[in-house]
Design a protein around this ligand. Structure first.
Ligand code: BES
Ligand code: ZN
Ligand code: ZN
Length: 504
């Protein structure tokens, strides 16, 4: 989708559709809506009076060949209550407009933001909403209709004084949303077409194109580095594991500067291993690599936006299969960090590969760590499909991430970790075991397990099991992989780099 800024008078914009939004109980119609109302001979106020145009969140009202406008259609999206309105809502309603119109074969749209939404953050949110909504996962459909997407969009309503803000928001929004879509496309791939080797190839191709350094560790090197936890999961599969490392280095950096490490779980298929999962819904376990995909997607955007801090993504990848050589419940494995792990349940494999990913990220010099993983069903019980679970060992760093999640419009919620949960992962035979022994708290004991490997390094764990995949379409988004995490991590990296300091 090509996106431009159109500064023409709104009446002269000759696109297939002009889009704007109305708030609930907005009487009389304000700003741009009043101008439209006048141009259309009072059509909008009549619709409002008849109760058809209420401004309720995501309500759509479509007018054809509106009088006085060069555009063929005028779409008004409900924006809900004005007091609750922000960039997250703006992103969703730009997306809703795209999905409403593209199903009607519309190709060219102009999105008119209202007077109060003429900031770079607003332009970014609109751009992201447009690009994310244009994405569909029909790659393997042989009968797909050609060109069922918006080809050109314009940001309208801006003037000379706000033009620079619009340019900035548009440029950043484009990079971020395209990178999120890249992560989504990886998440949607079936596991036969995205093995760990193929994921590494796709990540390496992206890195080369983006000008990032990339190193892919193969099985031999993984064994030399004694990544016993990653190898233990991989041994049940005929597909070899990979450790994908992508590095962004800023032009100038001093030796003591903080280095942000992004560690992502990339199980390209999780059968559960010998502790095998039930057949129902098992096909979804192709998305067990979405933590890794989020990190790879974030690196794509970071390469273009060039924050001032160094960022290293470390993505351990393998299948979790119950092959003849698979590890068995009760086996003891030695991780790269030297800690011994009793594997009580082979389906708790994500924390095993992350243990080595975290150890390796630390060895590479990361001073701050964020991991993202579709780690536990328990986080779905706690937070459903709405919020990402956030576990942090350092309050200032965690607050920074939560602020970024707010700015980026990705819902995240803090979860507790404390030493009382440590008791639950004590093993009778090894240093720790890979599942909690107590009742409940499965997402927390999983985080506690990871914490064992972070040492003193400030660390945040994002459990995205409930949010990385969407079973149903939303008015603003296709079903399938969501690419959750990309926007927050990019925002964090941009701010983390500012002034070369970490937590502020
Ligand atoms: N990949 C799963 C977690 C998951 C569940 C992701 C649902 C997406 C949706 C993970 O590897 C797993 O199987 N976790 C187990 C851990 C248990 C054995 C302690 C779980 O949550 O049931
Ligand atoms: Zn599992
Ligand atoms: Zn898993």
């Amino acid at each position: 989708m090509e996106i431009t800024i159109d500064m023409r008078a709104l009446a002269n914009i000759d696109m297939d559709a002009l889009v704007t939004y109305a708030f609930e109980q907005e009487k009389p119609l304000g700003g741009i809506l009043a101008a439209f109302d006048e141009a259309t001979g009072g059509a909008l106020s009549k619709l409002a009076a008849s109760g058809e145009l209420t401004g309720k969140m995501l309500e759509t009202t479509l007018l054809y060949y509106p009088q006085g406008l060069a555009a063929q259609r005028l779409l008004i999206v409900g924006a809900g209550k004005k007091e609750k309105f922000g960039t997250a809502e703006l992103r969703r309603l730009a997306g809703t407009a795209v999905r409403t119109l593209k199903s009607r074969q519309v190709k060219r749209v102009a999105f008119v933001s209202r007077e109060e939404d003429r900031s770079a953050a607003a332009a970014q949110a609109i751009t992201e909403g447009l690009i994310l909504a244009n994405f569909d996962s029909d790659k393997y459909k042989t009968d797909k209709k050609p060109g069922n997407e918006i080809t050109a969009a314009a940001l309208a309503g801006w003037d000379e004084s706000s033009r620079a803000e619009a340019d900035r928001g548009l440029a950043r929004g484009r990079v971020v949303a395209e990178s999120q879509n890249f992560a989504r496309s990886l998440g949607n791939e079936p596991s036969n077409l995205l093995t760990p080797r193929m994921l590494a190839d796709r990540a390496a191709a992206m890195a080369r194109e983006a000008g990032l350094a990339v190193e892919v560790l193969e099985e031999k090197r993984i064994a030399e580095l004694k990544m016993g936890a990653l190898l233990s999961v991989a041994q049940g599969s005929v597909e070899p594991p990979r450790m994908i490392v992508i590095t962004y280095t800023p032009e100038t950096s001093n030796s003591g500067a903080p280095v942000l490490g992004l560690v992502g779980k990339a199980i390209t298929f999780d059968t559960g291993g010998i502790s095998i999962k039930p057949a129902n819904d098992m096909e979804k376990m192709k998305y067990d690599m979405c933590g890794g995909a989020a990190m790879i997607g974030a690196m794509r955007a970071i390469a273009a936006l060039r924050p001032s801090c160094k960022v290293i993504a470390v993505v351990p990848s393998t299948e979790n299969m119950p092959g003849g050589r698979a590890q068995k419940p009760g086996d003891v494995q030695i991780s790269m960090a030297g800690k011994s792990i009793e594997v009580i349940n082979t389906d708790a494999e994500g924390r095993l590969i992350l243990a080595d990913g975290i150890a390796y990220a630390k060895q590479l010099g990361c001073t701050h760590l964020v991991d993202a993983a579709t780690l536990t069903g328990a986080i779905v019980v706690a937070l459903s499909n709405v919020n990402v679970g956030v576990f942090g060992s350092d309050q200032a760093f965690t607050d920074q991430l939560l602020a970024s999640s707010k700015a980026a419009g990705e819902k995240m919620w803090p979860m507790p970790i404390d030493d009382d949960y440590r008791e639950m992962i004590k093993s009778g035979i090894a240093d720790i075991q890979n599942v909690g022994s107590g009742k409940g708290g499965g997402a927390i004991t999983a985080a506690m397990f990871l914490r064992e490997f972070t040492g003193d390094t400030p660390w945040i764990h994002l459990d995205i099991a409930g949010t990385a995949w969407q079973d149903d379409v939303k008015p603003w988004s296709a079903k399938g992989a969501t690419g959750v995490g990309v926007r927050t991590l990019v925002d964090l990296a941009m701010k983390f780099g500012a002034n070369g300091s970490a937590a502020k």
